[in-house]
Write a protein that binds this ligand. Structure first.
Ligand code: SAH
Length: 318
């Protein structure tokens, strides 16, 4: 998977010179390299734009490899963020690259940066962010897959099992909100008549690219709805309202979330129930909370949305 990550990030020409040696050298002199990454970014950028190629090469040789690495990370973070993006985040991303070392560190910090963006932006902004840079979405998903390996269980296994048990074979329609690469649809092939796999970017042709706060599906069309680690973005309540809208009465709602995001599970369950669901099953392991609901009523037109908030799931530097 490291090779896959590497392939995903082809350094831009200006950043190619940052392909410096092993990370340990950087780690030792981390302090020395901490000449704030913002400065090298400026010089890199201006070199790239204004000076002739020969001068550019000479100039690059003069810069230490460590500074170039920090500059590239900050530049990547800058590219990934909106114009309004916080300078501190860019510095942290650059620092992450130095700590992790080399390309892997750079990818890890890109993943952490994108992950944080997904938890803090509104879904409309997250949709625009990836629309402008679909490659960043691939980096995010490579990072998510790596993260998944650390969990004791792949949450999709539990979700697929609940769907097989709770949805009638052959005729059921399922909506997978925030499907990633639509692994659930592959798992349920032959069981569901149709799986609508929705995500911000279509990683393959099973996926419909959309903001799931406004999904292109009719009312009461689905027998099941799933949020597997996908209750991200600032406007979570809109997602639950959408799930309620597309689900039929008694339809199944499966939610798996990181435990660290939920302060008190019972309080979270109560909140979800206020959207017109009833909890049927509940399970927790070291990392995840698994919840199964059914839709117990239709929401009234204009009914106010309960406010649903979860802590962001920020992955540690490793
Ligand atoms: N459910 C998948 C992927 C989990 S990663 C799995 O378990 O393998 C979380 C996914 O939710 C990401 O792909 C992210 O893009 C998606 N997501 C987050 N907010 C979204 C939104 N507003 N609309 C559509 N997808 C969203």
């Amino acid at each position: 998977s490291v090779n896959r990550l590497r392939r995903l990030l082809q350094p831009a020409p200006a950043a190619a010179a940052t392909d410096a040696g092993p990370s340990s050298r950087f780690a030792k002199k981390r302090k020395a390299a901490n000449e704030t990454p913002a400065k090298p970014v400026e010089s890199e950028a201006s070199v790239g734009v204004e000076t002739p190629v020969k001068r550019q090469k000479r100039h690059r040789r003069k810069l230490s490899k460590k500074r170039l690495e920090a500059a590239a990370a900050a530049e990547e973070a800058r590219k990934l963020g909106s114009e309004k993006s916080d300078k501190n985040r860019q510095k942290k991303a650059a620092a992450g690259a130095l700590i992790g070392g080399g390309e892997q560190g750079l990818l890890a910090s890109k993943f952490r940066y994108l992950n944080e963006q997904l938890y803090t932006l509104s879904s409309a902004d997250a949709f625009e962010m990836f629309k402008a840079d679909p490659e960043a979405f691939k980096v995010y998903h490579a990072g998510y897959s790596a993260q998944r390996q650390r969990w004791t269980e792949d949450p999709i296994d539990w979700v697929a099992k609940q769907c097989r048990l709770g949805l009638p074979a052959g005729s059921s329609v399922l909506v997978d909100f925030g499907c990633g690469d639509a692994r659930l649809a592959s798992r349920l092939e032959g069981h569901c008549a149709k799986v609508h796999s929705l995500d911000l970017v279509a990683l393959n042709n099973r996926v419909t690219a959309c903001d799931m706060a406004r999904c292109p599906l009719g009312n009461n069309i689905a027998h099941g709805a799933v949020f597997c680690l996908s209750l991200m973005n600032a406007n979570l309540s809109d997602f639950l309202a959408e799930a309620s809208r597309v689900l039929r009465l008694n339809g199944l709602l499966c939610i798996v979330e990181a435990r660290s995001r939920i302060e008190r599970t019972q309080r979270f369950v109560n909140l979800i129930e206020r959207f017109g669901f009833q909890c049927q099953r509940r399970r927790e392991d070291k990392y995840l909370v698994y919840l199964l609901f059914n839709k117990s009523r239709n929401r009234k037109a204009g009914e106010p949305l309960p406010e649903l908030r979860l802590k962001p799931c920020l992955y540690k530097k490793r």
